[in-house]
Design a protein around this ligand. Structure first.
Ligand SMILES: [Cu+2]
Length: 188
């Protein structure tokens, strides 16, 4: 009897894992544990963004205290110059969640005086949610990826392992379902 309960608990956990793997929208906690604040140095947010893959449908979660910071989505030129006038979007109540609904570059700054200029600014590149996992590594890094110097045979075959894992996930989910169906008559 106890074994049956454990079996079903295990199956339900596996099924939930399969569902989570299929629904891929991610909420990105901007800055990680640092949140949205005056950074210790100007590389905090670029380095954080470099660890993330942003897809259409994902969200950015900016953690800050209302009145201490804000989040302005701005043009690239206003991002570069830390200009807080005429923002595309303005969020003054923290924490704020912004959904990434379009592909391409998106720029965010804090509009409080001097915060952006000391590094409280974030740029992200948003990729199509349907793009296979092999192509974003080529298209997703427009500015920071230096071209290979003294070009010798170019083929950068990265992403082989990730495409393999994404193709095995659905069959994994199916095998769990079949395992559950096969186990049911044995358990009852
Ligand atoms: Cu600020």
């Amino acid at each position: 009897m106890a074994a049956k309960g454990v079996m079903w608990s295990l199956l339900s956990v596996l099924l939930m894992a399969a569902v989570v793997a299929v629904s891929a929208a991610t909420t990105h906690e901007v800055g990680g544990s640092a949140g949205w604040s005056i950074p210790a140095n100007s590389t905090i947010y670029p380095n954080w963004a470099a660890t993330q893959t942003f897809l259409v449908g994902d969200s950015l979660h900016f953690t800050f205290t209302t009145g201490a910071h804000d989040v302005l989505e701005v043009s690239k030129s206003n991002y570069d110059s830390c200009t807080n006038s005429n923002p595309i979007n303005s969020q003054t109540t923290g924490p704020a969640t912004l959904t990434l609904s379009t592909t391409g570059a998106h720029y965010y700054i804090c509009g409080f005086p001097s915060h952006c200029s000391v590094g409280q600014k974030l740029s992200v590149n948003v990729l199509p949610s349907t793009t296979p996992s092999t192509t974003p590594s080529l298209a997703g890094v427009p500015t920071s990826a230096p071209p290979p110097s003294s070009g010798s045979g170019s083929g950068s075959g990265s992403g082989g392992s990730s495409s393999a894992s994404s193709s095995t996930l659905p069959s994994f989910g199916l095998s769990v379902v079949f395992a559950a169906a096969a186990a049911a008559p044995l358990l009852f």
